[in-house]
Design a protein around this ligand. Structure first.
Ligand SMILES: [Zn+2]
Length: 330
């Protein structure tokens, strides 16, 4: 029973619209266990948003598409499998609250965005008043994030009001345009051009930060290099996917270096993760083996080190040699 409720609670986001039985009654639910499960999800989300922010901030001057951002991730109880249980566990009046403020972001530096602080206005709108499905509805949360982005782009800042009567006005900084979403289940990491989505069971969550940053950098590289558009145009043949994977691997250490991480952490990621999860008979044929992938990454390091020493940054928009022609076929 407990396991079922936890799974339902955490299966939000990313449109996992699995139909389930009616919402369970909250009588008999272990709310401490629910709180612990939510806290575990939020801890992982914090890690993802912290690392993601570090990379999109550190690489902003090289990205093809840049947006103003305050580094705030919201939560909407309507996106949970059981909003009723989540509301009881968290003691919320409404549905919207702070999920995370990314480390070093304007939201975090303001000191106003404590986890689970309830929100009643994003500028002139109360998102709690927007219609939503009764559960597992991630669209309203997306709408709220879109609204925040639009306010920042159009007005150069946003005023957020909290249920406790507090208020914060936050001014954005430029970052590469991408959102990070944690999925409540699964061990996959994917990039769709707009988002990086990582399942909470992805093994790298337990790695040291710079090594975990490797997987985030790999997925970001797919977005920055517009791989999904290229694959849409050129078809997702195995050899095409393999070329985009190799290119994303090669960009990993560049993105890490500009974010202040050791670029060699990209190699350590491939060795740590690949040795265990990418070997032997089950090796995906769309990807090179982990050992080849580590070598391809290592080949980028000397140029990155030289640029960092000379310019203090590794400008991949000028110095990274593309493995595919982004504008043409092949
Ligand atoms: Zn990939």
């Amino acid at each position: 029973m407990r396991g079922i409720v936890l799974a339902a609670l955490l299966a939000g986001w990313a449109g996992l619209a699995t139909p389930l039985a009616a919402e369970p009654d909250i009588g008999g639910v272990d709310l401490d266990a629910e709180r612990a499960a939510i806290a575990r999800f939020q801890d992982a989300d914090q890690r993802l948003q912290d690392v993601g922010w570090t990379i999109i901030r550190g690489n902003a001057e090289f990205c093809p598409r840049v947006i103003p951002s305050i580094g705030l991730q919201l939560q909407d109880l309507a996106s949970y499998g059981s909003p009723k249980i989540a509301r009881a566990a968290l003691g919320f009046e409404g549905d919207f609250a702070v999920e995370t403020a990314a480390r070093g972001s304007p939201a975090a530096l303001s000191g106003e965005f404590a986890r689970n602080r309830e929100i009643v206005a994003l500028e002139r709108f109360d998102p709690n008043e927007w219609p939503s499905g009764s559960r597992k509805d991630w669209r309203r949360l997306k709408r709220a994030h879109d609204h925040v982005d639009a306010m920042l782009a159009e007005h150069g800042g946003i005023t957020v009001r909290f249920a406790d009567g507090g208020e914060a006005r936050v001014t954005p900084v430029d970052v590469c345009a991408t959102r990070f979403e944690l999925m409540g289940g699964g061990r996959r990491a994917v990039a769709d051009g707009e988002r990086v989505v990582i399942g909470i069971e992805f093994p790298a969550f337990s790695y040291e930060e710079a090594v975990f940053a490797g997987v985030v950098a790999h997925e970001l590289a797919h977005n920055f290099l517009a791989h999904s558009e290229w694959l849409d145009r050129n078809k997702r043949k195995r050899r095409h996917v393999r070329r985009t994977e190799r290119e994303a691997d090669r960009l990993m250490p560049w993105l890490l270096a500009n974010a202040g991480y050791d670029p060699e952490a990209a190699i350590r990621f491939m060795e740590t993760w690949g040795r265990k999860h990418d070997g032997g008979l089950f090796r995906a044929r769309t990807h090179d083996g982990w050992d080849e992938r580590a070598e391809v990454i290592a080949a980028e390091i000397p140029l990155i080190r030289e640029l960092m020493a000379r310019e203090g940054k590794a400008d991949w928009s000028a110095h990274f040699k593309r493995g595919i022609d982004p504008d043409k076929e092949r």
